[in-house]
Design a protein around this ligand. Structure first.
Ligand SMILES: [Zn+2]
Length: 221
């Protein structure tokens, strides 16, 4: 676990996005008992595909433990979709906007190629070395999310543990969680990954606050 986020600048960017997400996320985040997940990827053999399944299984176990009915459905895979290029462009635009301005009324609608996809959570396993993020699609009700997982280049490319945590962290946002200040937890922001260790779930731990928030949101349904 010495290379968790693989990039020193990444946690900072996450903080910005996390704050934005936290402000935007409402109690309506958990509105369906089964949230559909569509994973878009350029190549079927991408190591982030099994990591996505593991992260979904992790969250379903946690939700079950908390007595929450909501589940993430088994991810459907779309390989080499014609929409990939456009979604990659949109992902880059979101990152550029998010590091300058908070989202809000000025946020443009997502491209139809994204909003037309039939899923509550659209996961793009990006080919870009940009930051990972989760973005509530503007002007779409009930809320849906665009979740982008960066392509890690360089010496950490094959660090499957990093990918599992990144995807689980982003799915946590889609489930309504913001960041916490405990730097060794799954929903950390900022994170201090060099000494972070997974617990017996195989993932970084949730905090008591995370659990309370998940239960509270569910009770408001
Ligand atoms: Zn985050």
């Amino acid at each position: 676990m010495s290379t968790f986020w693989s990039s020193r600048k990444l946690p900072f960017a996450w903080v910005l996005l996390g704050v934005t997400n936290f402000l935007l996320l409402g109690a309506s985040s958990l509105t369906a008992s089964g949230l559909s997940v569509l994973v878009l990827v350029a190549e079927e053999g991408d190591h982030r595909v099994p990591a996505s399944h593991e992260a979904v299984a992790f969250w379903n176990d946690r939700l079950a433990e908390l007595g929450i009915d909501t589940r993430l459905e088994e991810p459907r895979l779309a390989v080499a979709s014609p929409a990939l290029r456009l979604l990659e462009n949109y992902a880059r635009q979101v990152v550029q906007r998010a590091t300058r301005l908070p989202a809000g009324q000025a946020e443009p609608a997502p491209p139809a190629d994204l909003s037309d996809l039939d899923a509550d959570i659209v996961v793009l396993l990006s080919r870009q070395d940009i930051m990972s993020f989760t973005w509530p699609m503007p002007r779409i009700t009930p809320r849906r999310y665009f979740l982008v997982v960066r392509s890690v280049r360089g010496p950490y490319r094959d660090d499957a543990m990093v990918t599992r945590h990144v995807i689980a962290h982003e799915l946590g946002h889609a489930l309504g969680l913001g960041h916490n200040l405990e730097t060794h937890t799954l929903m950390c922001g900022p994170c201090q990954p060099l000494t972070a260790e997974p617990d017996d779930t195989g993932f970084l731990p949730l905090t008591d606050g995370d659990r309370v928030r998940l239960v509270e949101m569910n009770s408001l349904r």
